[in-house]
Every structure is written in structure tokens, then in C-alpha cells.
Design a protein around this ligand. Structure first.
Ligand SMILES: Cc1cc2nc3c(=O)[nH]c(=O)nc-3n(C[C@H](O)[C@H](O)[C@H](O)COP(=O)(O)OP(=O)(O)OC[C@H]3O[C@@H](n4cnc5c(N)ncnc54)[C@H](O)[C@@H]3O)c2cc1C
Length: 369
């Protein structure tokens, strides 16, 4: 058994079998502190791996984060809510509900199209983080070693370990395993020394999304809390302050531009985007324009994958490298979660096959890619 594993490493990999001393914990570098990276890191850390997470921004959450303004207003400027289809995800969501991290958003949801309004509540339960979308990621990151403000360069292997450096060339250590959870184009870049995985990540294109965050002193008489918008620069409008646990003094709204509009204006000036999307808001709702107390725009350059890979994650056991994220098998919060969880399962199974260190392989009945 041992011999077979050794042979596989030598055949599949240009690298020699890594020489991790017996008994030492597996060291894993995870790039990205969004949901997929954090559930992967959390799972590995709970199974006694030594995990370090590198995140280029100043906080956790990635596209599921909450933005706080200088005047202390908060906006879910990326993911708006999430739904639950998969039983494995449901089990986690149930515990988050019990812990008060997540609650259903019981608003009125509609479709707005060419001046027509159609109800869109249906049977779907829409969950949100409380008091902001970041709550779940913040919870998962508890006690993890997360290095914020650290933009990573592509790791390289020296034959025994992954050499991990940030974009400034500062060493961030040596690791047995390397995982990227960045959006597909950024993961492709980070996988530069693993060409067969890089090429797969590069195949997934991701569209941009402009998000505008506005606050009004008096409530707008819109008559809904969330609206899917057609035939407009906008694709989504949400009364952010109608989500549970927000408790704002002002009424806050988040406006998302459609992928087409966002792509055509991807290099536009932030102020110009605010103006155009506010104009679109008044136009699609028929409301009288009101001057907001606060308005800001955020550009998501890699918001949503056009067509995910169709694999739950990418993995090379020989090179000890993996990639996860919503771009692998599902362009949503749930897809990101399941991707990171499944990759952690596969890593642990591979570690277990190598050493008796991690024995919980059967916990993760992951279908894998
Ligand atoms: C505008 C918008 C609206 C959305 N609405 C919904 C919705 O309503 N419902 C839903 O289910 N989903 C929605 N989504 C999708 C959802 O947000 C994502 O599917 C999910 O959050 C992706 O998680 P992830 O971990 O795969 O990636 P991310 O959250 O993107 O995490 C990747 C992390 O990697 C970091 N990173 C990248 N490169 C580097 C580097 N070189 N070094 C260090 N760190 C790096 C990034 O900063 C980021 O924090 C929306 C997304 C957007 C953008």
C-alpha cells in the first residue's frame, strides 16, 4: 500500500515525495477567507491540521461580506441572501440558526418588469447572516490563523514543500499543502505552477457586478423588500434594512446592476455609477427621486461565474494542491460552501491514506470531481 502511494507520487508529479517528518501536523496554506476557503480551513483545523489562511482584504467574507460606511451604516453589498437545497448544507445552516448567526428574511419579494409588478415570494426561504452577511464567515474564522491584508503570489514547490510568498515577495512560510479559494481568474493565476489545474480554472469566466449602497432619512414607499428587475441597468434592488437584526436609523438599500450593464461600465467612475443606478431606481419603481444621505458604489470585478466547471473542486494529490469556490460547481453561497467542505474531505482522506494522522475520512462522503 505504502509502495503504491510512493509510486503514484513519482509518476504523477514532477516533485519528489514531500518529506514531512513523522508525527508533525500537516501544514496547509489556504488562500482566500471567503466562505469556501473558510469552511475548508475550519474543517482541516478541526481535524488537527496546522492551517494558515491568507486574505488580501481587511476582513473575512469575500463576496459574502458586509460593508460598513464611515457613518456606521452597514450594507450587504455582495451576496444578498442564500437558499438551502443540499442536506449537508442544511445541517450547518440549522446550527447557525440556533446560534443566532442566520435568520430567514421574511420580506416581500417581487419582479419588476417594464412597469409591471409580480409577486415572487413562492416557497423559497431566503436566509441572511445576522447582523450582516459576514456573520457566518466571522464565526467560521474563530481561532483560525488568518493573515489579512496579504495578497498572495503564486506559490511554488521546491521539491519538499510549497514555498508561499505574498505579492511583495515576503516569505509567508513553507506548507505541505496549498489550497486556493479565490475566484476562477485569480485562482488560475495562483495555480501558475500547476498547469493542468490552471488551465481548468482559466476556462471559467466571471462577470462583474456594480453594487450601489444608499441610505435615506425617510423610508421610500416602494412596497417591497427585494425586487428582481428586468429590462433595466438594474437586476436587483433590496431594502437592506428590512433584513432581520439590522436596526439602522436610516433606511438602507442595495442596488445591483445587471451583468451586461456592469460589464459595459466596468471601468466607469464610482460617482457616475451611483448616479446612473439611482436614476434607474426611480425609473423602475416610479418613485419620486429623493436625495440620499449616503451613497457609494462597489465594483465586484469577478462577481459570478458564467458557467461553473461542473467539478466540485480541483485537486492533485501528488502535488498536494487544491482549488475550491463557487466557480467549481455552483455560483451561490451554497455552492461555495459545499465546494470548500468537499475539498477539505478529499484532503483529509488523502492525508489519512498516507499517515494514521487524520482518521476521519468517512465523515466526508464527498462525491468529489
Ligand atoms: C454582487 C453579488 C451578489 C450575489 N448574490 C448572491 C445571492 O443573493 N445569493 C447567493 O447564494 N450568492 C450570491 N452571490 C454569490 C456568492 O457571494 C458567492 O457564490 C460566494 O460568496 C463565493 O464564495 P467563495 O469563497 O467561493 O469566493 P469569495 O467570497 O470571492 O472568496 C475568495 C477570497 O479570496 C480572496 N483573494 C483573491 N485573490 C487573493 C490573493 N491573491 N491573495 C489573497 N486573497 C485573495 C478574496 O479577497 C476573497 O476574500 C453574489 C455575489 C455577488 C458578487
Amino acid at each position: 500500500m505504502m509502495l503504491q502511494t510512493r509510486e503514484r507520487f513519482d509518476v504523477d508529479s514532477p516533485f519528489k515525495r514531500p518529506s514531512r517528518p513523522r508525527g508533525r501536523r500537516h501544514r496547509v496554506a489556504v488562500i482566500g477567507a471567503g466562505l469556501s476557503g473558510l469552511i475548508c480551513a475550519r474543517t482541516l483545523a478541526d481535524l488537527d491540521c496546522e492551517v494558515t489562511v491568507f486574505e488580501k482584504s481587511r476582513g473575512v467574507g469575500g463576496r459574502m461580506s458586509t460593508r460598513r460606511s464611515e457613518s456606521d451604516l452597514q450594507f450587504d453589498h455582495g451576496a444578498q441572501y442564500f437558499t438551502v437545497r443540499d442536506e449537508r448544507f442544511r445541517r450547518h445552516v440549522d446550527t447557525w440558526i440556533e446560534e443566532g448567526l442566520v435568520a430567514p428574511w421574511e420580506g416581500r419579494f417581487v419582479k419588476l418588469n417594464r412597469g409591471y409588478l409580480e409577486e415572487s415570494n413562492g416557497e423559497t426561504t431566503r436566509f441572511v447572516g445576522v447582523p450582516g452577511m459576514t456573520a457566518v464567515c466571522r464565526h467560521l474564522a474563530t481561532d483560525l490563523d488568518v493573515r489579512f491584508g496579504t495578497t498572495m503570489a503564486p506559490p511554488r514547490h521546491d521539491g519538499t514543500a510549497w514555498i508561499v510568498e505574498d505579492a511583495a515577495g515576503t516569505s509567508q512560510g513553507r506548507y505541505d499543502w496549498f489550497v486556493t479559494s479565490a475566484p476562477a481568474p485569480q485562482s488560475a493565476y495562483l495555480l501558475a505552477s500547476v498547469p493542468h489545474l490552471e488551465v481548468k480554472a482559466r476556462r471559467v469566466s466571471m462577470s462583474g457586478c456594480w453594487s450601489v449602497m444608499v441610505a435615506f432619512k425617510s423610508p421610500l414607499d416602494a412596497g417591497f423588500d427585494g425586487a428582481f428587475v428586468g429590462v433595466s441597468p438594474l437586476s436587483w434592488i433590496a431594502r437592506n434594512s428590512s433584513k432581520p437584526g439590522r436596526g439602522e436609523d436610516f433606511e438602507t438599500w442595495v442596488l445591483h446592476a445587471s451583468p451586461e450593464w456592469s460589464e459595459s461600465a466596468i471601468e466607469a467612475d464610482h460617482e457616475e455609477v451611483v448616479k446612473e443606478l439611482l436614476d434607474a431606481l426611480w425609473q423602475v419603481t416610479g418613485l419620486q427621486p429623493v436625495e440620499p444621505k449616503h451613497a457609494a458604489a462597489h465594483r465586484w470585478r469577478h462577481a459570478l461565474p458564467a458557467e461553473p466547471l461542473g467539478d466540485r473542486f480541483l485537486f492533485d494529490p501528488g502535488l498536494r494542491v487544491g482549488a475550491c469556490g463557487d466557480w467549481c460547481n455552483g455560483p451561490r453561497v451554497e455552492g461555495a460552501f459545499l465546494s470548500g467542505l468537499a475539498l477539505a474531505g478529499r484532503l483529509v482522506c488523502t492525508m489519512a491514506a498516507e499517515t494514521p494522522h487524520a482518521r476521519n475520512c468517512s465523515t466526508f462522503a464527498s462525491p468529489g470531481p
